[in-house]
Design a protein around this ligand. Structure first.
Ligand code: 26Q
Length: 812
């Protein structure tokens, strides 16, 4: 289905009139945006119907990706590009007197995720649809996404992200698909004709209402579904409720408590303690999603025995791991299967992805909380645990000492990762190194018991969003050189290698990078009033603020340069602009102090006429997907400097290399595989290896104070934190100072400082050789095909899910 510019204009003015009662000349950019959205939706709806119809009739296996987060970013440009209408729309809008960029800029960025894990889910949906694979997302329609960040006096301030304030043009409310989710109450066990049955009384009823978002594939006919659940109560419910309570105020309380469930996204917090509301959210997602899948399944198939042949459920970390006991509950209590049969079906349907090895990030829930909120689910988890421990005792006598560490329930806590491993048929890590650490250390005893479950699926990103859409000039240049097959087969990017040393091509690449830097410099000036030198090196560190991601190490390098320039104002160096973007969890004190340190350092340098000629620091507030799309194409240096072993994979690293930035990084997460691909000459690695870090943790032989005492450069940097040179308030940064010295620098910032500074020096020398630098840059782009989420999803499809592409037949 394609539209001519003429038809587009006609539809635009018709829709504008019916929706807003306005003529084109009077329309605001927002109204123009909504109108284009409505045109696209109509086109998408047809394909959507066809896709659903085809899936229903061809009976092939489908996958459901359960995730508490989907960090979609703006969808208009994706949908335009996917339906081949980008040029038509651009021209049509221009002829009608609008500017495409401005219209696209009207779209809210749905911030329904914290960071990488949520963004990964969004990339996966894009690849599923683009590869014509039958796969859907299942998540929560939070009323408020991740908070909006403002910087006030150098500090982070959080504001609510009410992304739904204008109608969201891509969603459709599906009232007819509403299901009920039950919380609390008691379970009565009764024997009925020789079988125990479980009756749930006095529960609180919550309505789960789905909102569907179409997920279109790149220039094909597939439109899959992202279903987001909203907790709602209707006034019609009042009569149900009042039978028990006869109290209008109780009803209002109930309504409030129901609506809270999908009210906001929890920020990923370093010191997070289990909160009842988060558990409610998790069960809400899982129960609504599974009931709906099972209902649909039973309409299509004669017996639930076929479940593992027809459906796979992937859980994005342990957050949705209650799918395991909930599926058991539905199969036992509703479908009346035996425990053994229900367990067989469940463990052949569910697969689990792990995203962290850090023990403090592995989820646990207090037994009492689960018992009270989800009494039947608790009974089932208890039984799973009993059976699992018995199995270990009988079948793995050598592991008897380990059982207490492997139990699902121990010391009053439920260990969700243990539940997820035991209840699924596949456990995957997200980069080779990460999977090896799971197998050989963090989950070693489980690997001994279930070696066949463990596998690696290195993360990927959609090159359509992160190159084709975010960096059109680079995309065109690549297509000019090697043709356009790379868009459908990103591995083809490898043919760019033959241009790595080609002077003419290098010059064009340099031109694109320079233009992107100029554009970013302009954007920075508009947003912050700061003028940055677009000829300086753009050195970028954008990701969530976490101790292990070591933004602090980057700041220490900057403070070190500061001292060097003060010592020697004529020092010969290539000017650099350090760009940061990061949100800290609202309760994460240390992370917020690091933000303050970055902004304070930025201000100090800006006020110093000598230093600011050579270095500049910019903190861009409210980092999100749209901001990333602006920054990444303009980046020279990609900072990926986590403490080795801590960053499971990272995906920013991949987005940067795809856009020709050079990585400075530790041998952590997917950096290791990036290095394997591009070779050691085309990446700057430094610091402790994962093995070193794990060894230090075991031996407890690291003493940060010794490093401090033995290294004058570090002392100078550290002392700036507390000697009043950064802040008049001499306690402002003392917490950072003591975390590094008295708390022994958990993330090895001091330990890695020297080798980081050395790597930065080497990097600068390389930058001084433009031909060599550009060769590195092109080599990185050429090898980035491996890191496309199309590759990742193909691996999940064949090695975990056993699903296959489906050609959508047109029914209209
Ligand atoms: C937990 C409890 C309460 C509130 C929030 C959370 C929570 C929310 C989000 C905990 C963790 C997350 C997100 C984790 C995450 O993004 N992990 C990242 O996953 C990426 C995709 O695989 C990897 O690339 C990153 O390395 C990993 O850090």
């Amino acid at each position: 289905m394609s539209l001519s510019v003429q038809e587009f204009r006609q539809q635009f003015s018709d829709k504008l009139m019916t929706t807003f009662g306005k003529k084109v000349e009077k329309a605001t950019p927002f109204e123009a945006f909504q109108t284009v959205g409505l045109i696209l939706r109509e086109l998408l709806n047809r394909k959507w119907q066809d896709t659903k119809g085809t899936y229903r009739s061809n009976s092939q296996k489908q996958v459901y990706y359960f995730s508490m987060e989907f960090l979609l970013g703006r969808l208009m440009i994706t949908n335009l590009l996917n339906s081949g209408l980008l040029e038509t729309c651009k021209q049509g809008l221009e002829e009608l007197g609008f500017n495409l960029e401005e219209v696209l800029g009207q779209e809210q960025d749905p911030g329904l995720g914290n960071g990488d894990l949520g963004r990964l889910a969004a990339c996966f949906l894009d690849s599923l649809a683009s590869l014509e694979l039958p796969g859907h997302g299942c998540g929560i329609r939070y009323k408020y996404g991740l908070f909006q960040q403002k910087i006030v006096d150098g500090n982070q301030v959080e504001l609510p992200d009410y992304w739904l304030k204008n109608e969201y043009v891509w969603e459709t409310k599906r009232l007819d698909q509403t299901v009920e989710v039950h919380f609390g109450g008691e379970i009565e066990t009764v024997e009925e004709s020789g079988r125990l049955t479980f009756k749930h009384h006095h529960y609180e009823k919550v309505l789960a209402v789905p909102y569907d978002i179409p997920v279109s594939g790149y220039q094909n006919h597939t439109v899959n579904t992202l279903r987001l659940w909203s907790a709602e109560s209707t006034t019609n419910d009042f009569h149900f409720y009042s039978i028990d309570r006869k109290d209008y105020y109780h009803y209002l309380d109930y309504k409030r408590s129901v609506e809270q469930i999908s009210e906001f996204l929890y920020p990923d917090d370093s010191s997070y303690e289990g909160r009842l509301l988060r558990l409610k959210q998790q069960y809400f997602l899982v129960s609504a999603g599974l009931q709906c899948i099972l209902r649909e399944f039973k309409n299509s198939y004669p017996s639930v025995d076929l479940l593992p042949e027809k459906i796979a459920i992937q859980i994005n970390d342990t957050h949705p791991s209650l799918v395991i006991p909930e599926l058991m509950r539905l199969l036992l209590d509703q479908e009346q299967l035996s425990w053994e049969k229900a367990w067989e079906l469940t463990t052949r349907t569910v697969a689990y992805t792990n995203h962290t090895t850090m023990s403090e990030a592995l989820e646990t829930w207090p037994v009492d909380m689960v018992k009270t909120l989800l009494p039947r689910i608790y009974m089932i988890i208890h039984e799973i645990n009993e059976r699992f421990c018995r199995h270990l005792w009988l079948a793995h006598p050598t592991l008897r000492d380990e059982i207490k560490h492997m139990a699902i329930i121990s010391y009053g806590q439920i260990h969700m990762a243990h539940l997820a491993i035991v209840g699924s048929y596949s456990v995957n890590g997200v980069a080779k190194l990460h999977t090896d650490i799971l197998k050989n250390s963090v989950m070693k005893p489980f690997y001994t018991v279930f070696p066949e479950k463990f596998n690696n699926k290195t993360n990927g990103i959609t090159h359509r969003r992160w190159l084709l859409m975010a960096n059109p000039p680079l995309a065109s240049l690549i297509t000019e050189a090697i043709g356009e097959t790379w868009v459908r087969e990103p591995k083809q990017l490898i043919t760019l290698l033959k241009y790595a040393g080609d002077a003419a091509f290098q010059e064009k690449i340099a031109g694109v990078k320079q233009a992107n830097k100029t554009a970013l410099a302009k954007y920075i000036q508009e947003r912050t009033g700061i003028r940055v030198d677009d000829r300086s090196i753009f050195d970028v560190h954008i990701k969530r603020l976490h101790g292990y991601k070591r933004q602090l190490l980057n700041v220490f390098h900057i403070l070190h340069l500061y001292e060097m320039i003060r010592d020697n104002p004529n020092m010969d160096m290539v000017p650099r602009t350090f760009i940061f973007g990061a949100k800290a969890a609202p309760g994460y004190h240390f992370a917020k102090k690091v933000i303050k340190l970055i902004t304070t350092t930025a201000a100090k340098i800006a006020a110093d006429p000598i230093v600011r000629e050579k270095i500049r620091v910019v903190f861009l507030e409210n980092y999100n997907v749209s901001l990333a799309e602006q920054i990444i194409p303009a980046t020279d240096v990609s900072e990926q400097i986590s403490t080795a072993s801590k960053e499971a994979s990272g995906t920013g690293n991949m987005k940067f290399m795809l856009n020709g930035a050079i990585t400075i990084g530790t041998l952590d997460g997917a950096n290791v595989e990036i290095r394997e691909m591009v070779g050691p000459d085309n990446i700057f690695t430094f610091g402790l290896t994962a093995e070193d870090v794990l060894a230090y943790q075991l031996s407890r032989m690291y003493r940060s104070r010794d490093v401090y005492n033995g290294d004058q450069r570090i002392r100078r940097v550290m002392d700036q934190l507390v000697n009043g040179s950064l802040s008049n308030d001499d306690v402002e940064f003392k917490d950072i100072y003591y975390t590094l010295l008295s708390n022994n620098d958990e993330y090895f910032v001091l330990k890695d400082f020297d080798s980081y500074v050395e790597a930065q020096d080497l990097l600068e020398q390389a930058y001084r050789q433009p031909t060599e630098w550009l060769k590195k840059s092109i080599t990185n782009i050429a090898h980035s095909g491996k890191f496309s989420s199309d590759r990742t999803i193909s691996e999940y499809a064949s090695e975990i899910w056993d699903i296959h592409p489906v050609t959508i037949s047109s029914t209209t």
